[in-house]
Design a protein around this ligand. Structure first.
Ligand SMILES: *[C@@H]1O[C@H](CO)[C@@H](O)[C@H](O)[C@H]1NC(C)=O
Ligand SMILES: *[C@@H]1O[C@H](CO)[C@@H](O)[C@H](O)[C@H]1NC(C)=O
Length: 488
C-alpha cells in the first residue's frame, strides 16, 4: 500500500500528463482456476490484471517482465513445475503452469520488484495433483462443483433431445453394420472408470485424441458407465430425420443437415491436453495430418498445388500466395474464418487473438458456435463470400466497433474455451447421454482396454478413503501404500 500512495503523490506533484503510470501491486487483481488446488488441469492457469495507483485498470501492456512469478512446493528441493507468463497486451497477463509431479502443498508468488501483488503469496493446500496422477474424485457432484461447471449446456440439450432413450444392445449391432465398413468409427465403453475400445474402418489413427481425453477424465473423476460411438472422419454421419431410428454418433463437427452429437474438436482437445507441451496456438495442422495418416487426400491436394503451381488456374484464382505460419496470422487485424472440408477448427484460436474475425456463414459448426452472436463476437460473411469486400470496408470504417467485437470474442474464448470448460463439456455430455441408456454398458467382443500412459516419472499416491471403519482394510492399505508413496 505504502508504495502506491507514494507513487500517486509523485504523480500528482510531478507529471500529471505523463504516460509512465506504474503498476500498483496491491491494487492489481489475480484470479482463476490455477489458484484452486482441486482443479486439476494439464496446464493450470490464472490471470493477473494490472491496476495503477489511482485504481485504473491498465488497458495496454505495462511491460512484458513487470511481474515475477514463482511457483514452488515448500520444503521440496526441486519443484518440477514449468511456468509461463503471457502478456495479453491489454493490461492483463495469463500465467500458466504445468506440474510434473504431485505435491502436498504449493506456493504461488507474484511480485513486482520485491512487492507481492494482490493477495500473493497464495498457498494451495494439497494434495495438488499433476496431470498424469490417477486419483479420481469419487463424487462427480464434488468435481463439478470445484470445476464450476455449468448446470447444463444448451448445445448438449439440443443434440440429445432427439434421443428419448439409447438402447445399447441395439446400437452395438446397428451402428457398425450401418457405418462400420465405409467410415472410421470407434466404439467406446467406460465401465468402472476404465476405458475399452474397438475400432472400425481403415483410418482410425485419430482415436488417440479421444483416448487421451477419456483417460484424462477418468484420472480426475469417477465417470458414469457409458457406451458410445465416435466418428473419426471429418463429416457428420447421421442424415436420417428425427423419429426415423436415429443413431447417436459423437462427432467433432456438426451440421444443420445431420443429427450427430458434437464434442469439442480433436484439435481443441489436443491443445487443452498438450498446452505447453506444444507451441501454444501453433496448430501445425498439416504436420499433424501427416503424422496421423488421415485425410491424406486433402493433404496430397495441398502438396500438389504447392509443387505444381502451374496446375492451378491463376486466371481464375490468382497466383498462389506464400504459405504463412499460423503465428504470423496474428500480425494482422482482420482474420477470415472460412470452412475447410467442414468447419475450420482454427476458430477458437482466432477468437482468442486480438484480431477481429470475419466468419463465413455455414451449415457446419463446432460445439460452441451456437453461443456466438454475429456482430458481437464476429463479423458475419455470406456463405458465398459475395459480401467479403463490403464487410472489410465496414471494419475499416468502423474501427472502434471492430475492436469491440475483437474484445468480445477474446472474452468469449476466455470464458468458454479454456481447459476447464472443455473438461466440463465432455463430462456433462457423457453424464447426460448416460442417463438415456436403457441397459448396462458392456465390454463387447473384440474390445481392448485403453491403458493409462506408463511413462510418468513421478507416480502419485491417492489418499486412502474411509480407513476408519475397517481395520483390516486399513492394514492392507498401509502395507501397500506405506511403501508405494513416492514424493510425499
Ligand atoms: C478491472 O479489471 C478487473 C479484472 O478483469 C475487473 O474485474 C474490473 O471490473 C475492472 N475494473 C474496471 C473499472 O473496469
Ligand atoms: C445453419 O445454421 C446456421 C447457424 O444457425 C445458419 O446461419 C444457417 O443459415 C443455417 N443453414 C441452413 C442451410 O439451414
Amino acid at each position: 500500500m505504502y508504495l502506491c500512495v507514494v507513487a500517486s503523490l509523485l504523480l500528482i506533484v510531478t507529471a500529471r500528463e505523463t504516460e509512465s503510470v506504474s503498476p500498483c501491486p496491491v491494487k492489481s487483481f489475480i484470479w482463476g482456476p490455477g489458484l484452486n488446488p482441486k482443479i486439476v488441469l494439464p496446464a493450470r492457469y490464472f490471470y493477473v490484471q494490472t491496476v495503477d495507483s489511482l485504481g485504473h485498470n491498465f488497458t495496454s501492456s505495462p511491460g512484458e517482465n513487470v511481474f515475477q512469478v514463482k511457483i514452488f512446493a515448500p520444503g521440496e528441493q526441486h519443484s518440477r513445475i514449468w511456468v509461463q507468463v503471457l502478456d495479453r497486451k491489454d493490461g492483463s497477463f495469463i500465467v500458466r503452469y504445468r506440474m510434473y509431479a504431485s505435491y502436498q502443498k504449493l506456493q504461488i508468488e507474484v511480485k513486482v520488484k520485491d512487492v507481492h501483488v494482490a493477495k500473493s503469496p497464495y498457498v494451495l493446500e494439497g494434495p495438488v495433483y499433476h496431470e498424469s496422477c490417477e486419483c479420481p474424485e469419487s463424487r462427480p457432484s464434488e468435481w463439478l462443483r470445484h470445476m464450476k461447471c455449468p448446470k447444463s449446456i444448451p448445445q448438449i440439450q439440443h443434440d440429445l433431445q432427439l434421443f428419448q432413450t439409447v438402447d445399447l444392445d441395439r446400437i452395438a449391432k446397428e451402428i457398425p453394420s450401418r457405418f462400420g465398413q465405409r467410415q472410421s468409427l470407434c466404439h467406446y465403453v467406460i465401465k468402472h472408470n476404465k476405458v475399452y475400445l474397438k475400432t472400425y474402418g481403415e483410418h482410425v489413427g485419430f482415436h488417440i485424441f479421444m483416448d487421451a481425453i477419456l483417460l484424462s477424465l477418468i484420472r480426475k473423476v469417477k465417470m458414469p458407465d457409458v457406451e458410445f460411438f465416435v466418428n473419426l472422419g471429418d463429416w457428420p454421419l447421421e442424415k436420417r430425420n428425427p423419429g426415423k431410428n436415429l443413431h447417436p454418433i459423437f462427432s467433432w463437427c456438426g451440421s444443420n443437415e445431420t443429427r450427430d452429437i458434437v464434442m469439442p474438436t480433436y484439435d481443441l482437445t489436443e491443445s487443452v491436453l498438450e498446452t505447453m507441451g506444444r507451441v501454444s496456438l501453433d496448430m501445425s495442422r498439416f504436420n499433424l495430418l501427416e503424422r496421423k495418416g488421415q485425410s491424406e487426400e486433402r493433404l496430397e491436394l495441398v502438396k500438389l498445388a504447392r509443387q505444381h503451381p502451374h496446375l492451378i488456374d491463376s486466371q481464375l484464382y490468382g497466383p498462389l500466395v506464400k504459405q504463412i505460419s499460423f503465428f504470423d496470422f496474428f500480425k494482422y487485424k482482420y482474420q477470415l474464418n472460412i470452412d475447410g472440408t467442414v468447419a475450420a477448427y482454427r476458430l477458437p484460436y482466432l477468437l482468442a487473438s486480438d484480431s477481429v474475425v470475419l466468419k463465413q456463414d455455414s451449415i457446419y459448426y463446432e460445439h460452441f458456435y451456437n453461443d456466438l452472436r454475429p456482430w458481437m463476437h464476429y463479423i458475419p460473411l455470406k456463405s458465398d463470400l459475395s459480401d467479403l469486400l463490403e464487410k472489410i470496408q465496414w471494419a475499416k470504417e468502423n474501427d472502434e466497433e471492430a475492436k469491440k467485437i475483437a474484445q468480445n470474442a477474446q472474452e468469449f474464448a476466455r470464458s468458454n474455451l479454456m481447459g476447464d470448460h472443455i473438461f466440463c463439456y465432455y463430462f456433462l455430455l457423457f453424464q447426460e447421454y448416460a442417463s438415456l441408456q436403457v441397459n448396462e454398458p458392456k465390454v463387447r467382443d473384440g474390445m481392448e482396454v485403453v491403458e493409462q500412459p506408463k511413462d510418468d516419472l513421478f507416480p502419485c499416491a491417492c489418499p486412502t478413503e474411509l480407513v476408519c471403519c475397517n481395520p483390516l482394510k486399513f492394514l492392507f492399505q498401509w502395507a501397500y501404500h506405506g511403501y508405494q508413496r513416492v514424493g510425499w
